[in-house]
Design a protein around this ligand. Structure first.
Ligand code: AHR
Length: 315
């Protein structure tokens, strides 16, 4: 009798598990990624891919190679293939409305990850990402706490033009420094969020006015790491002769902080796979979500980075 009851419970358990797996296995999700040109993006891609696998969804993946038109074509292709949901990491903030309307007409929920866009809120399920204005403000406040109220000449390495983090990280930084007349951005150019271009732009800055740069503010770690290389090649000491600040919190940034070459770093998590699939599942269940699910991020100074902190980094 006892044996029969146990086998019945086991059978029901197996049925429930296979039913829920069958549900997941039936669903296909399209993921349109901006590019994969830095470790942050690779970590985000991996987070989405591994979470799809964990939950038993089929994932169609497209790398936009930093071209918005490629991403729009990928989303159209996902719609034509009749996917059940779309995760979109958009390159720029504008230009998405027509394709998002097509997804809505096809009844396919779209979840935005990491960058927000300018479009009516009802076209997407939600936006999951960090507060980029706050990140820029945090960098400026930490820099002022470390270096004082100026005079300070800041060389800024901007991210991809027209991208939400580029616009807002600049805005946040300026919100704070504009209160200090002796702190100014004396040079500012895009390094496209990658190491090679970050290094090239920094080389040009150093050639133009190497002795007149007190701070490098890079909109992401990878450009800061390129800039650090350029500073060293110019015979200066990053972290000492020139204060270096950046955003993301990738492992290489922690290595640079431990070496004293990067002074401060504000985190911006790329690990959005779990929350992106939670959002799609909520949409499929007909649940409403807030317009913005805000990721909480930390901030670090070089002195905080022990081997233990470095070893604990997940990306
Ligand atoms: O949208 C987030 C930004 O985009 C990250 O800071 C950067 O590394 C990425 O490419």
């Amino acid at each position: 009798m006892k044996k029969l009851a146990i086998s019945m419970v086991l059978a029901m358990f197996c049925l429930t598990i296979s039913a829920s797996l069958a549900g997941a296995a039936d669903k296909t999700v399209g993921f349109s990624q901006v590019d994969n040109q830095n470790p942050w993006r690779l970590a985000e891609t991996e987070s989405v891919k591994s979470e799809a696998e964990k939950r038993g969804y089929k994932l169609k993946y497209s790398d936009g190679q930093a071209v918005q038109a490629n991403q729009i074509a990928a989303v159209r292709d996902f719609i034509a293939q009749g996917v059940d949901g779309i995760i979109l990491a958009p390159k720029t903030s504008t230009g998405w409305e027509p394709v998002l309307k097509e997804a809505k007409e096809a009844n396919i929920p779209v979840v935005l990850v990491d960058r927000d866009i300018e479009a009516p809120k009802d076209l997407v399920v939600t936006f999951i990402g960090s507060d980029f204005v706050l990140e820029g403000e945090m960098i400026a406040k930490m820099m002022i706490a470390d270096l004082g109220e100026g005079p300070l000449r800041v060389a800024e390495l901007q991210g991809q033009p027209g991208a939400d983090p580029t616009i807002d990280r600049k805005k946040g930084f300026e919100n704070i420094i504009n209160k200090y007349p002796k702190i100014e951005i004396t040079m500012s150019q895009t390094g496209e969020f990658n190491r090679t271009q970050g290094k090239q732009v920094m080389e040009a800055f150093l050639q133009a006015a190497g002795d007149e740069i007190d701070v490098v503010y890079a909109h992401n770690d990878d450009m800061a790491i390129g800039a650090i290389q350029a500073i060293k090649e110019a015979g200066k000491m990053p972290g000492k002769d020139i204060y270096v600040a950046s955003i993301d919190g990738v492992r290489d940034a922690f290595v640079a902080m431990k070496a004293g070459e990067l002074n401060i770093c504000v985190e911006c998590t790329p690990l959005m796979g779990p929350s992106a699939f939670d959002a799609l599942e909520a949409a499929w269940a007909g649940k409403e979500l807030p317009d913005w699910i805000v990721n909480e991020d930390g901030a670090y100074r070089a002195a905080d980075v022990t081997q233990e902190v470095l070893d604990s980094r997940k990306y």
